[in-house]
Design a protein around this ligand. Structure first.
Ligand code: TXA
Ligand code: MG
Length: 295
């Protein structure tokens, strides 16, 4: 368990161990991993040349759901970073993750602990369901408190780029930085989780445009992933409300878990309401767009 989602870990310096992550997840080898550390000495083992502004951000947000992409040390195997000259690093804020890393006495490479393309797990049972035949052990640390993956950033030419919205709001990073983050289209090889279909439930998922279910679904069993209130505008077979008070942090925490729950009900389709595109809402909408059939 990390504070964001469950990870599937291997010694970041051991190519054979790292290879088994790709194998268990059926993850394409060109998708690099995040390396998790428990202290600053480990940062020096995997990365070099840390820009001043990145230094400031990690001082402020670590341990926590902020991943920074940095020039890598030669010792980090190519498999861990998918051949890139950079390495993604973060210090998680979960007592079990931190203890595991420090007892292992090595940085741990870990993607989310789900089969490639599926929903990220926020509970040990979900890891078990997805990977039970492939892994030897699950550390059960209960539900993960943030519920959505880390925010990934990178410095380039004096600008800080947002590579993936996540558990730390862009606005909070900009406050500490004193300037705006840059957004850009990321080249595929570098694109964090930016494959056309990603984070997907097995049940077809659609983003609701307005408050109407498209024609053709009237006789189907449907579920609604609502934002803050009961979806009384529509007859549905099941619904979940991400946050009755409209709190985006609470919504992020519930997001993957509620999708999992709806996915287990044998529905014909899941419709998700849009959430406000601010704070952690940015990360939720990013995951929704990647998981849905209609965006
Ligand atoms: O919260 C999280 O970030 C979770 C927990 C387990 O820490 N991990 C996670 O890992 O979400 P994963 O593998 O599902 O997503 C990591 C993303 C990848 O999609 C990859 O593209 C990007 O990080 N990434 C890794 N190394 C990179 C690099 N050198 N440059 C750019 N992006 C990188
Ligand atoms: Mg993932």
């Amino acid at each position: 368990p990390t504070e964001t989602v469950y990870g599937l870990g291997a010694n970041a310096f051991d190519s054979k161990a790292v290879a088994s992550i790709f194998e268990a997840k059926k993850r394409p080898k060109f998708d690099p991993l995040i390396v998790h550390i428990s202290n600053y000495q480990m940062l020096g083992m995997v990365a070099k040349g840390i820009p001043k502004e990145i230094e400031k951000l990690i001082q402020f947000f670590w341990p926590g759901p902020l991943t920074v992409v940095l020039p890598k040390k030669e010792e980090v195997p190519a498999l861990t970073t998918a051949g890139l000259p950079t390495v993604a690093v973060r210090m998680p804020q979960h007592p079990v993750a931190l203890r595991l890393i420090s007892l292992s006495d090595t940085p741990i490479a870990a993607p989310s602990a789900n089969p490639f393309g599926k929903l990220s797990p926020t509970r040990a049972e979900q890891v078990y369901k997805g990977l039970k035949d492939k892994i030897e052990l699950i550390l059960d640390g209960g539900p993960t408190p943030i519920g959505i993956e880390s925010t990934i950033i990178k410095e380039e030419g004096g600008e800080i780029y947002l590579l993936r919205p996540g558990g730390i709001a862009v606005e909070d990073i900009e406050k500490v930085l004193g300037k705006k983050l840059k957004q850009r289209e990321i080249p595929k090889i570098e694109a964090p989780g930016s494959f056309p279909s990603h984070y997907s439930p097995t049940t077809p998922l659609y983003i609701l445009k307005g408050k109407e279910i498209p024609k053709g679904f009237s006789r189907k069993k449907i579920g609604i992933l609502a934002f803050s209130s009961k979806p009384d505008y529509i007859k549905c077979d099941a619904f979940r409300i991400l946050s009755p008070s409209g709190d985006l942090k609470e919504a992020a925490k519930n997001f993957f878990n509620f999708l999992y729950e709806l996915d287990c009900l044998g529905l014909d389709a899941i419709f998700a309401e849009k959430v406000p595109q601010k704070g952690l809402g940015l990360a939720i909408m990013d995951r929704l767009k990647k998981a849905s059939q209609n965006e």
